[in-house]
Design a protein around this ligand. Structure first.
Ligand code: MSP
Length: 644
């Protein structure tokens, strides 16, 4: 089979951040996964380099646009290298080949009569690089960029997008997987239930020169969407490259929800006008926020992937973002969360399993893979069936872009293998010479589990998988960790391979040290209290916090979050609280509980819900895993009672 996967091409007016890294890591992981399925894969990413925003950013730095875009495009390319992202093609909209393809398509669509010249007045958002409709505005502002769009009247060229509206609706309805997850398909269909306007595709050269000249009128350039979307064709040799048809038939685009409309509406209608069939699938994911707040330059909370690589390592970062985000929904980045995942899932669960198993092999078998005696006891059967189920579940979820679920499936095997060691006690078996056969079976089953773990984590954590493969002595049998066809089965670890005891896969993060590193810098000018009183507060200060007893009346999960519960509590009055305890409590277990509420907390919007206070909870940390236990009262009291 063949796979063609693309990311958006990123604007070069800003440096890469966690959001760009997420999409590109997903595409890289998916392409590595498809290679494990023996697919022929083409993975493309790149940079979008024309338009107002870029020209302005270059001017601000006193640079010529070309010099400026060369530099930032290089930063993107280097960042992907540092994340072990290996695209087959890195496309730039300033590449000559791309410019030629865009002009070829413009001419073709113009000749067919689907591009026309007209005067237009509209509300233009520079951030989105497109005209917005009145309906899209929120309180007069662009919902994404929070600034009012500019009213522009201009003569321009337009693409007759409206002509293809019905054809597009029919296509989406006939192809349920065309846009996934389903919520975005529904969003597009709902948008298409209103008449579609035509799309402005040009700018007069009197206002913007940093674009691609229209082949039929050199007083105008095309830029951004008509330019950028075509990259998906240029990269695979449209119109007559030898591989074009093979790749285009299976083209899968990956984007975040911000650019749903250009990809789900502009792009397929443009393709229809060119006489090219629409791409096969569009996968849409949510936003990464930071500590529940939108990532933005002005707030100063933009997370840089290279800094995270330095702090936590590239594989830990790749694992974290794929494990933490449910594809399609928003997720929140926090240093606590990445540290917890690294210490618990990686260092504890996977790292310990790996080093314990290899150490036992060294000690009891000189590092050589022993022959299993072939008898299957209950614990062997459980381990084998868990591994076999993992292989099925893993592929099922990877095919559906459910990366967090695919990883959960692998971690079920890791946890089962850890239990297997405890149940079988190899250190006791070695002491009884009648049980050496059994010891060999146990060790064989463990390394075969590790081999399957290596195979399945390799798309997500390629470096870790490589070092696991080497330590397992599989360098001469790479296929067993590089192909589902040849290695995706239980019991095929070659006997006699020599394993090597290796350094820990994931050194644990010193929580205190790391947290200190990411503490916000204290504002200058504030006097720090030094000495014995440091960190103490006065009774007056304490009195400012109003604590009250509140009873939980209802609890439910917040739809888009794995962490949050939506609670209704009764203090003297009813309040809505959004609490980050979903991983620690089942909603039904909370009803009727009397807890302690910080009643004079400023209300805050969390995931779009107003939260009117905060609940107190004890936080325990063990083995890098956090546990939250709500603070309650030791006997029933009236709701609303003051806690002092
Ligand atoms: N140049 C256009 C895309 C043209 S594609 C033919 C563009 N560029 S962009 O630099 O703004 O990139 C947008 C994309 O970056 C999103 O669709 C997503 O892939 C990624 N992300 C940017 N911010 C993000 C988050 N906060 N969270 C998740 N992904 C985000 O639009």
């Amino acid at each position: 089979m063949t796979t063609y996967i693309t990311t958006p091409i990123y604007y070069v007016n800003a440096q890469p951040h966690l959001g760009h890294a997420y999409t590109t890591i997903v595409a890289d992981t998916y392409s590595r996964y498809r290679r494990l399925c023996d697919d022929m894969v083409f993975f493309q990413t790149g940079t979008d380099e024309h338009g107002d925003k870029i020209a302005e950013a270059a001017a601000k730095q006193g640079k010529k646009p070309q010099e400026y875009v060369d530099h930032i495009s290089g930063v993107f390319r280097d960042t992907w290298k540092s994340l072990k992202i290996t695209p087959d093609n890195f496309i730039r909209t300033t590449d000559n080949e791309h410019i030629r393809t865009v002009q070829y398509i413009l001419q073709k669509v113009y000749d067919n009569g689907d591009i026309y010249f007209a005067e237009y007045s509209g509300l233009y958002c520079k951030g989105c690089e497109r005209f917005l409709t009145e309906k899209e505005l929120v309180e007069g502002n662009c919902p994404d960029h929070q600034v009012p769009p500019e009213e522009i009247t201009e003569q321009n060229y337009f693409f007759r997008m409206s002509k293809y509206q019905q054809q597009l609706i029919d296509h989406i309805k006939a192809n349920p997987d065309f846009i996934t997850p389903e919520r975005y398909r529904n969003e597009v269909l709902s948008f298409l239930s209103e008449p579609l306007e035509d799309l402005c595709i040009s700018r007069p050269t009197s206002r913007l020169t940093w674009g691609i000249p229209l082949p039929f009128d050199n007083n105008f350039v095309t830029y951004v969407w008509f330019d950028a979307l075509i990259n998906y064709l240029t990269g695979i040799g449209f119109p007559d490259g030898p591989d074009f048809t093979r790749y285009w038939e299976v083209a899968e685009h990956l984007i975040a929800k911000d650019i749903l409309k250009p990809h789900a509406i502009y792009w397929p209608t443009m393709l229809m006008a060119m006489g090219v069939q629409p791409y096969a699938r569009l996968h849409v994911h949510g936003y990464w926020n930071v500590d529940e707040t939108k990532m933005s330059k002005s707030i100063g909370n933009v997370v840089r992937p290279d800094e995270l690589v330095d702090q936590y390592g590239r594989d830990a970062l790749r694992y974290f973002i794929l494990r933490e985000m449910s594809f399609g929904l928003d997720a929140s980045f926090g240093h606590d969360a990445i540290i917890a995942r690294k210490n618990s899932d990686l260092a504890n669960d996977l790292g310990n399993l790996f080093s314990r198993s290899l150490a036992m092999l060294q000690k009891y078998c000189d590092g050589k893979i022993p022959v299993s005696d072939g008898d299957e006891e209950d614990s062997d059967k459980i381990l084998r069936t868990t591994a076999e189920k993992m292989l099925v579940d893993f592929r099922h979820h990877m095919d559906r872009f459910e990366f967090h679920r695919a990883l959960q499936a692998v971690w079920e095997l890791i946890s089962q293998a850890n239990k297997y060691i405890v149940v079988n006690e190899p250190w006791a078996l070695v002491k009884d010479e009648n049980k050496i056969g059994r010891l060999h079976t146990v060790l064989y089953n463990l390394v075969d589990s590790l081999r399957l773990i290596t195979l399945t984590i390799s798309p997500v954590m390629p470096e870790t998988a490589l070092s696991m493969m080497k330590s397992l002595g599989l360098e001469d049998h790479r296929d067993l960790v590089l192909s589902f066809e040849r290695g995706g089965r239980w019991g095929v670890f070659p006997v006699g391979c020599e394993t090597i005891e290796a350094a820990p896969l994931f050194p644990r993060v010193d929580v205190k040290k790391e947290k200190k590193k990411v503490q916000p810098v204290k504002k200058a000018g504030k006097k720090q209290v030094k000495g014995a009183d440091e960190g103490l507060i006065t009774f007056e200060q304490f009195k400012k916090v109003e604590l009250k007893v509140a009873e939980i009346l209802s609890a439910e999960r917040v739809e888009a979050s794995e962490r949050l519960l939506l609670l209704t509590v009764m203090a003297h009055e009813k309040r809505t609280i959004v609490a980050g305890i979903a991983e620690h409590y089942r909603p039904e277990d909370l009803i009727g509980l009397q807890v302690v509420l910080v009643a004079n907390m400023k209300p805050a919007k969390i995931m779009g819900i107003r939260s009117e206070g905060m609940l107190l909870a004890a936080r325990e940390e063990e083995n890098g895993k956090e546990r939250l236990v709500l603070t309650t009262v030791s006997a029933s009291v009236n709701n609303g009672s003051i806690v002092a």
